[in-house]
Design a protein. Structure first.
Length: 259
């Protein structure tokens, strides 16, 4: 009877020990699973932060490339405008010189007609002298006009070249600021760099406006007449007609005859 009771007690103790071991294993399993879940959560959070940072960096890089492309296109547009204005100034100067030459040639022909119809030697001498003076004055005037046009063209070229150099330097500064912004680590640095970039963008706009506002004809260097930018109509002197068939009234384009 005593042995049976002792066996029963040992069995109960063994059962209790087994239950305790099961409890300890369950607690360890629960703790392990909790640790694994926490580690997985931390890894997921780290991946999320890393993905967000990579996305932010990619967005900044895309924005920087887009800004550089815009600046290149703007620089190309300004350069095309500058080249067009310089070429127009050159053509206007050449056109003015050709028109001045035509005017003097027509005047010369008119004077020759007057000389051929005049039988007086004295009048021939006077007309020839006046013609020489007129031609000399015309040549001097044409040379002065052409020289002024060339000087104006050179001044415009110098201004545009200076503005273009400033624009290129400003573009390089903006690209450098964008690179610094991409690597900035504090809000203060980013704010300061963004302020400097905004100032550089405003300067780029101002420089582009200055370049676009430089017009070779704006200061009076371009010949005027007609529509303001086309072919200049020669301002020929008026003749004096004495009657029908008077050689002094020879038909010259643009000439007005007052009988």
């Amino acid at each position: 009877m005593a042995e049976q009771k002792e066996s029963s007690v040992l069995f109960s103790l063994k059962e209790l020990m087994n239950l305790e071991e099961d409890r300890i294993r369950q607690e360890e399993d629960t703790k392990r699973k909790a640790e694994e879940a926490a580690a997985a959560a931390r890894a997921a959070e780290e991946r999320r932060i890393r993905d967000e940072e990579e996305a932010r960096i990619r967005a900044q890089e895309d924005k920087r490339r887009a800004e550089e492309q815009r600046l290149r296109e703007e620089s190309a547009r300004v350069d095309a405008i500058r080249q067009g204005e310089v070429e127009k100034a050159r053509l206007d100067a050449e056109n003015a010189a050709r028109i001045e030459q035509m005017r003097h040639q027509q005047e010369h022909e008119r004077q020759l007609a007057m000389v051929n119809q005049d039988s007086s030697k004295k009048r021939i001498v006077l007309i020839a002298g006046g013609l020489g003076v007129l031609l000399l004055a015309g040549l001097i005037g044409g040379a002065v006009a052409f020289s002024n046009a060339q000087k104006k063209q050179q001044e415009l070229q110098a201004q545009l070249t200076d503005l273009t150099a400033k624009q290129e330097e400003n573009n390089r500064k903006m690209a450098d600021l964008n690179q610094q912004l991409a690597s900035a680590t504090t809000p203060e640095q980013k704010a300061e760099l963004e302020r400097q970039i905004a100032d550089a963008q405003k300067k780029a706009t101002d420089l582009a406006a200055q370049q676009a506002s430089i017009k070779p004809g704006g200061g009076g260097a371009r010949p005027t007449g007609g529509g303001g930018g086309g072919v200049v109509k020669p301002n020929l002197p008026k003749c004096k007609c004495t009657g029908t068939g008077d050689p002094l009234c020879s038909e010259i384009p643009g000439q007005t005859c007052n009988p």
